[in-house]
Ligand binder design. Structure first.
Ligand code: PA5
Length: 453
């Protein structure tokens, strides 16, 4: 059974019954996925990945990390979308919140930072400031090898590395993860002699966290990639002969029923700030997979309790087009990236802040109560609310969560009758950008666009 539990108590009866009717279709969609009969079947290599290739790949990655003959204390991941969000989700969830600012009490991992996911000049200038104080290793990740944002960042960083270390050492400090045969990055890796890993041809970016895309930088930065794979494997195994209401199927069915019932926005709420990028990863997964052909729930993330003093008002009383899922973490000891430290409200002689009733209680208890209170309030305010329970925040649970959401998303796409593995809409801005910047072959588009400005 999957380690992730789904609670649909705060979903109204009408929606529950509509979801029950969808469950058999969700089950059929899962079988189509498993038997590679679904739309976009050529991009389902991520399903059951740990068992098929993941564990063997982890060994190759460990070998590479062990054989590096350069010292590094800073890993730089260059990539955008699915080429960085999974890695970032894991590193943010499992790192000290003030890593780099305090002498962290959770072991000495190299620093990890990200580039190529924006086009901010000042962002890159400041990254170069950081690199100047560090011994960097670079993992540039792009399946296509031609995406503008990472290509720009990589050129800047490569040029810096070559100036600082010389061409030979720079190339020892660069690892490329890209298509096995084609693309500009593959050609560069060959001509410059970078160590390289493949993005499997049958896995799209946003489903690639458990391939070399996520595992290489995570291993470089000292995370337990074997546990990550194990957590995912457990979920895939639980789906081999699933109960009709397996949490993955139920989650997909409730979302689908809500959409058919007129809901248009799907919120993932979380109570631990370290899960911010986990939710960013989820947003990309569902947004790019379902949002096409004029269809799909808009995925949004809210951080509680922070956003209870911001977006909470809207969720409670705004347009009733929302559904919400609360990402809960059951073990209060497992919320700090593996460091078992806890904090109680201190007892004090005076009670000016009126917190005596909370004295000696753990902060996590108060946080949990706030999330439960919010879920009930939002349900009472007309928002169907699910709760997804993770046992802890650790590699195993995150691996399980990735497998859970990827599978639910693929099923969701099938229920919506869209291809959940393509992203044709992303091309529109890319073409316009090429036109405006004068990329050869796009000159006429540039003229046409400028006429409209
Ligand atoms: O999910 C996807 O396929 C996309 O989000 C890609 O990951 C993103 O566009 C980056 O593409 P690439 O890895 O080709 O640079």
């Amino acid at each position: 059974m999957s380690s992730i539990k789904l609670d649909i108590q705060m979903v109204d009866d009408e929606l529950k019954s509509a979801a029950r009717e969808i469950l058999p279709k969700a089950g059929a969609a899962l079988r189509d996925l498993q038997e590679k009969r679904c739309t976009g079947a050529e991009f389902t290599g991520w399903y059951d990945w740990p068992k098929i290739k993941g564990h063997a790949l982890a060994k190759d990655i460990r070998k590479l990390v062990g054989s590096l003959d350069v010292f590094y204390d800073q890993v730089v991941v260059i990539g955008i979308g699915g080429s960085y969000l999974g890695c970032r989700a894991v590193t943010d969830a499992l790192s000290h919140s003030y890593a780099g600012q305090v002498t962290a009490k959770q072991g000495r991992r190299p620093g990890l930072t990200f580039a190529g996911h924006h086009l901010s000049e000042s962002g890159l200038v400041e990254l170069l400031d950081l690199l100047e104080e560090k011994q960097p290793i670079i993992n540039v990740i792009s399946k296509s090898g031609t995406t503008t944002e990472p290509a720009v960042a990589f050129r800047v960083i490569r040029s810096y590395m070559e100036k600082r270390f010389g061409k030979e050492e720079a190339s020892k400090r660069i690892i490329a993860t890209t298509d096995s045969k084609s693309g500009a990055l593959r050609s560069l890796a060959k001509s410059e002699g970078f160590k390289s890993f493949d993005v499997p041809g049958d896995v799209g970016g946003r489903y690639s966290v458990l391939t070399a895309v996520g595992l290489v930088p995570l291993a470089l930065a000292g995370f337990n990639i074997e546990d990550l794979l194990q957590g995912a494997d457990d979920v895939f195994r639980s789906l081999e002969a699933p109960a009709a209401d397996h949490p993955v199927l139920q989650y997909a069915a409730v979302r689908s029923a809500a959409y058919q019932n007129g809901k248009t926005v799907d919120i993932l709420a979380y109570g631990e700030p370290r899960l911010f990028h986990t939710v960013e990863w989820w947003k990309q997964l569902f947004g790019e997979s379902e949002g096409k052909e004029g269809k799909g729930l808009f995925p949004a993330g809210v951080a509680y309790t922070t956003d209870l003093h911001s977006l909470g008002q809207y969720v409670q009383e705004g347009v009733r087009n929302l559904i919400e899922t609360f990402l809960m973490v059951d073990d209060p000891l497992g919320r700090t990236g593996g460091v078992e430290r806890r904090l109680r409200i201190p007892a004090m002689s005076e009670n000016a802040d009126e917190l005596r009733y909370l004295e000696n209680r753990f902060i996590s208890e108060i946080n949990d109560a706030a999330l439960v209170a919010t879920r009930i309030a939002h349900f009472d305010g007309g928002v169907p609310c699910m709760a997804l329970h993770l046992p802890r925040i650790d590699e195993k649970s995150l691996g399980a969560l990735f497998a859970f959401f990827e599978t639910a998303c693929a099923i969701g796409g099938a229920l919506l009758q869209v291809n959940p593995f393509d992203q044709p809409g992303v091309e529109a801005y890319k073409k316009n950008l090429f036109g405006l910047l004068g990329k050869p072959g796009f000159e006429n588009l540039g003229v046409e666009l400028r006429r409209r400005l």
